[in-house]
Design a protein around this ligand. Structure first.
Ligand code: MN
Ligand code: MN
Length: 471
C-alpha cells in the first residue's frame, strides 16, 4: 500500500504534455514565428525532392560546405556533403572526437505524395489535351481533383541535356487541373466508396484545349507538343526520361486568426527535413561528427538508388570514416563506429483530430502544439515492420530533452489495428545504430495541403539541435 499523501504531492508523478503556446514567452514566440517564416519561404521553392536537395546544397555552400569528393582529408570543423543522385543528400560537420565514437545523425525524407507523369503521358480526348499520371505514395485520390496544380521536374534529351520545367507557381503562370463530376449528375458516383469514386486512371490533368491549325494528326495534342518543343526542345519520346511531378500549386499559408498553424503541400516530411538541416547548419565544431541525411522514395518504401535502403547513404559515412583517419578503410572498425552511432529518424506523425477521434487512442497520440513526438516504434498490426528503440536509448533522448527544456510528447500513430505506417528508421537500425522516430505532428497528413503547428516546428528544431550537440 502506498503511503497516504497530500493531493498535490502526487502531481509530479503524472506525465503532462502542456500546449506550448500557453507557456511561451514573447521572445520565444517571436523566434518561433520568425523560424516559421523562413520555413515557409524555403518550402515554396522546394516542393519536390530535387528542388529541396538543390536548394539545401546552395544554402550549404554559402556556409562553406564542400562536396566530399573535393576533400582528401577531413578534420574537425570541416563541412561536407554528397548529393545522392540529385534526389537525396548527405551533409556533415566533422566533430572534434574521432568518428570511431560514432556519428550523430538526423534523417528525414524529402519526397512527398504527388502525381507522376506516365512515360507516354500526352493524350488528346474530345478536343482537349491531358497528361496521364500515376500517383506516387499514399493518397486519397478524390483530394486531387478541382485544385490548382503545378508541374515540376526534369526531362532529359539523348544528348544528355537536362530540361527543367516548373509551370504553375508564378502568378502569371497557367495552372493545371483535374476535373470532377457536377453534383447534379453525381448520384451514382456519390454512392461509391471514397476509395473507388475517383479511379487512378482518371487522375488525368488538363493541359490544353486549342488545336494547332493545319495539323492533321490530333491537332489539340499537336498544339501542346509544338509548345513543348518550342519552349523546352522536347519531343514526345523524350518523356520516357521524365521525372515530372504534378503537385499542388498552392503556397504555404498561415492558418487561423492567430496564425498558430501553417498549411502547405509536403509538410511530410519537409517539416522535419528543414529543421534537420538547419540544426546542422548551426554547428561549427561539434564534439561528435554530425550528419543530416535527406532521403528520397520514403513514401514508396525507400527503394531505388536514392531511397534510404540505398548503400549510397552509407558510402558517405564510410568516406568520412576513411578521410578523418589515415585514408585506409577497416570494415570492422567502421561497423563498430556505426554501432556507436545515434540517430533521430525525423519523420512526421498524425496529430489528434477531434473529428476523427475514433482512430486514435487519446492517451497515446500526438496533439498539435505540444511539441516533438517521440515514437519508440511505428509499424502496423502487432507492431509489424517497425524499428523499436531500446529503452536505454529512449532514456538518453528524453534526458537530453528534459535537461535542455525541450517539450516532447509521445504515443502511437493510431489505435491498435486502425492502420499504421513506416519510416526510414528500420533501414538505418539494421546497420546497428540506435534509432528512434521523432518529428512533427500533422493534421490531414498526405492531403495535397497539410497542416502543422508553428510551435511544434520550432520545438522540433530546438530538439534536433539539442540532440546532435549533446548525445
Ligand atoms: Mn513521412
Ligand atoms: Mn508520408
Amino acid at each position: 500500500m502506498p503511503k497516504k499523501t497530500k493531493k498535490d504531492e502526487t502531481k509530479e508523478l503524472f506525465a503532462e504534455f502542456p500546449n506550448l503556446y500557453k507557456e511561451m514567452s514573447q521572445d520565444e514566440l517571436d523566434a518561433c514565428m520568425q523560424y516559421a517564416e523562413e520555413y515557409k519561404a524555403f518550402l515554396d521553392i522546394s516542393k519536390t525532392e530535387r528542388e529541396f536537395v538543390e536548394n539545401t546544397i546552395e544554402a550549404a555552400k554559402e556556409l562553406g560546405f564542400k562536396d566530399i569528393s573535393e576533400k582528401k582529408k577531413l578534420k574537425a570543423g570541416d563541412k561536407v556533403y554528397a548529393s545522392i543522385k540529385g534526389k537525396g543528400l548527405m551533409l556533415a560537420v566533422i566533430g572534434k572526437k574521432p568518428v570511431s565514437e560514432g556519428f550523430n545523425i538526423l534523417g528525414a525524407h524529402v519526397d512527398s505524395p504527388r502525381l507522376d507523369l506516365k512515360p507516354n503521358p500526352v493524350t488528346e480526348e474530345s478536343e482537349a489535351t491531358y497528361f496521364k499520371t500515376h500517383y506516387y505514395g499514399g493518397i486519397k485520390k478524390y483530394q486531387w481533383t478541382t485544385i490548382p496544380l503545378a508541374i515540376h521536374g526534369v526531362v532529359y534529351t539523348t544528348d544528355g541535356t537536362c530540361h527543367k520545367i516548373i509551370v504553375g507557381e508564378k502568378d502569371e503562370d497557367p495552372i493545371f487541373y483535374i476535373t470532377d463530376l457536377l453534383p447534379h449528375l453525381g448520384n451514382e458516383q456519390m454512392s461509391k466508396k471514397a476509395s473507388e469514386f475517383i479511379p487512378g486512371e482518371d487522375l488525368t490533368v488538363v493541359i490544353g484545349g486549342m488545336p494547332l491549325k493545319d495539323s492533321e494528326k490530333e491537332p489539340y495534342k499537336a498544339w501542346v507538343l509544338k509548345y513543348l518543343n518550342d519552349n523546352y526542345g522536347l519531343k514526345e519520346k523524350d518523356f520516357v526520361t521524365g521525372e515530372l511531378e504534378i503537385v499542388p500549386a498552392m503556397k504555404a499559408r498561415d492558418v487561423g486568426f492567430d496564425r498558430a498553424f501553417i498549411a502547405a503541400y509536403g509538410h511530410d516530411d519537409k517539416v522535419c527535413a528543414y529543421p534537420a538541416f538547419t540544426a546542422l547548419f548551426a554547428q561549427e565544431k561539434p564534439n561528435k561528427t554530425c550528419v543530416t541525411m535527406l532521403t528520397d522514395k520514403e513514401e514508396i518504401g525507400s527503394y531505388a538508388n536514392s531511397g534510404a535502403q540505398s548503400v549510397l547513404y552509407e558510402n558517405f559515412l564510410m568516406e568520412i570514416f576513411a578521410k578523418t583517419g589515415d585514408g585506409s578503410f577497416d570494415l570492422l572498425k567502421y561497423r563498430k563506429a556505426i554501432e556507436a552511432s545515434k540517430m533521430l529518424s525525423t519523420d512526421v506523425s498524425n496529430a489528434f483530430d477531434p473529428k476523427y477521434a475514433s482512430v486514435s487512442d487519446s492517451k497515446n497520440t500526438a496533439y498539435m502544439s505540444k511539441g516533438i513526438k517521440l515514437e519508440k516504434y511505428v509499424g502496423a498490426r502487432g507492431k509489424s515492420g517497425t524499428n523499436e528503440a531500446t529503452g536505454d536509448f529512449v532514456a538518453e533522448i528524453t534526458g537530453i530533452f528534459d535537461k535542455n527544456k525541450i517539450a516532447w510528447q509521445t504515443g502511437e500513430l493510431g489505435k491498435v489495428d486502425a492502420g499504421g505506417g513506416g519510416t526510414i528508421s528500420a533501414y538505418m537500425a539494421k546497420y546497428g545504430m540506435n534509432v528512434i522516430d521523432a518529428g512533427v505532428p500533422v493534421w490531414s497528413m498526405h492531403a495535397p495541403y497539410e497542416v502543422i503547428s508553428k510551435a511544434d516546428l520550432y520545438d522540433t528544431y530546438l530538439a534536433y539541435k539539442a540532440f546532435i550537440e549533446n548525445i
